[in-house]
Write a protein that binds this ligand. Structure first.
Ligand code: GLA
Length: 390
């Protein structure tokens, strides 16, 4: 989180850029890291993400006349939204155009506004900066007279990403960002959206998110490919077991009885999804019971499965995961998110933290000649309004 004084200073910069006027409201939405359950959301499965303590801030003020004026301090870029012309322009503000468009489908015509974005969440690093900026904007529609339920905010944000920007993501990121609660992970069933807050009862551990620093070039194409493969696996399994709506509806026992009829590649993809789904529920039980050792074990199994069966890991992710696990006090470690770059999340005993942070960057550099960045976090708050200033 940013300091109060850093936020206050932005109110002045807002007025410098957009002029003085009506009340300015402030909103915040975090980034997320997924503790376990990757590539399960679009298969109707379980996920267990949490909000990290870094995110996107938005200062917003409604105005009389279009266009909407937007500024991102992190990118140092401006953009405009013409209310009469809500089409993608191919720039950073498309996420926000999408949110504005789908919010007005919920609430009717919305007034124009000025918006100033800033924050401490690294972009393009697999911590859901896009879900964070979408959800903070959806929540800020409150200031334009459009109060939506968190579930509707999630829908609007998800549509902005899928339908407007054209990135075929699942529902986990937007949900995590909107619903997260401090001190908890969110156990979400992505088939029916039932969810429950699971207390992070592992008091003597923290999570360390290590960013491999690698660009996620392949992420989008390979993500699309995995989704198609899962669709084919579902069809093949349904032909043998009877119709299923998603891979997560196939039990381990059913899968094991039917896997031999599947092409090897599809069997491996389905195996990851079906077993990962079971691991998520076990991980939630461990989290609640304070069983760090078993949780760590499940995280390691999850990484192996993403690496060997789902094939979305990279040399750098594997190196950082392996090096992390070799450090004293590390109970579990896994790649998190879509893969093909991005981050590794490790469960580290508080007493081993200082040593971990001292040793791991150098060892990672030796193995890959890349610089990793580390964020220590416990589960933080979800999206919220911060305050008003005049
Ligand atoms: C990305 C997507 C999510 C999810 C993860 C993999 O972060 O946005 O919906 O599919 O990959 O678990």
């Amino acid at each position: 989180m940013l300091e109060e004084s850093q936020i206050s200073q932005k109110f002045l910069l807002f007025e410098e850029r957009f002029g003085r006027g009506e009340v300015i409201d402030a909103y915040y939405a975090p980034g997320r890291v997924n503790l376990i359950g990757d590539h399960t959301d679009y298969n109707g499965g379980m996920v267990l993400p949490l909000a990290i303590e870094k995110g996107t801030y938005l200062l917003i003020r409604r105005t009389e006349l279009p266009p909407c004026r937007l500024y991102s301090a992190n990118l140092d870029l401006e953009a405009r939204i013409l209310t009469s012309e809500l089409e993608p322009k191919g720039d950073w503000a498309d996420y926000l155009r999408g949110v504005y468009k789908y919010s007005s489908e919920n609430c009717g015509t919305l007034p124009p506004f000025d918006a100033y974005y800033f924050g401490d969440l690294p972009l393009e690093s697999g911590l859901s900066s896009s879900a964070s900026i979408e959800v903070v904007t959806a929540r800020a529609m409150n200031s334009l007279g459009c109060a939506m339920s968190p579930a509707d905010e999630v829908k609007v944000a998800w549509r902005a990403e899928n339908e407007f920007v054209g990135i075929p993501c699942g529902i986990m990121d937007q949900y995590a960002v909107a619903f997260a609660e401090k001190g908890h992970c969110l156990l979400l069933n992505c088939e029916n959206m039932e969810h429950r807050q699971v207390p992070f009862n592992i008091r003597d551990c923290v999570l360390v998110v290590g960013n491999t620093g690698m660009p996620r070039n392949l992420a989008e194409t390979e993500y699309r490919k995995r989704r198609l493969e899962c669709g084919e696996a579902l069809e093949a399994l349904s032909a043998r077991l009877g119709p299923r709506t998603c891979l997560s509806n196939v039990s381990v026992k059913e899968f094991e009885s039917a896997r031999w009829g599947l092409p090897d590649l599809l069997a491996r993809r389905a195996e990851h999804v079906i077993y990962e789904n079971v691991r998520v529920e076990e991980a939630a039980r461990c989290l609640q019971a304070g069983d760090a050792r078993t949780l760590g074990h499940l995280m390691n199994r999850s990484h192996e499965s993403l690496r060997d069966l789902y094939e979305v890991s990279t040399h750098e992710l594997d190196a950082l995961q392996r090096i992390s696990l070799e450090q004293q006090g590390v109970l579990g470690s896994r790649m998190t998110g879509a893969g093909f770059g991005g981050c590794v999340v490790s469960l580290v005993a508080r007493e081993g933290l200082e040593r971990y942070l001292r040793r791991t960057p150098g060892l990672y550099w030796q193995a890959t000649h890349e610089e990793a960045e580390f964020t220590v976090t416990t589960p933080g708050d979800g999206a919220r309004r911060l305050r008003e200033a005049t």
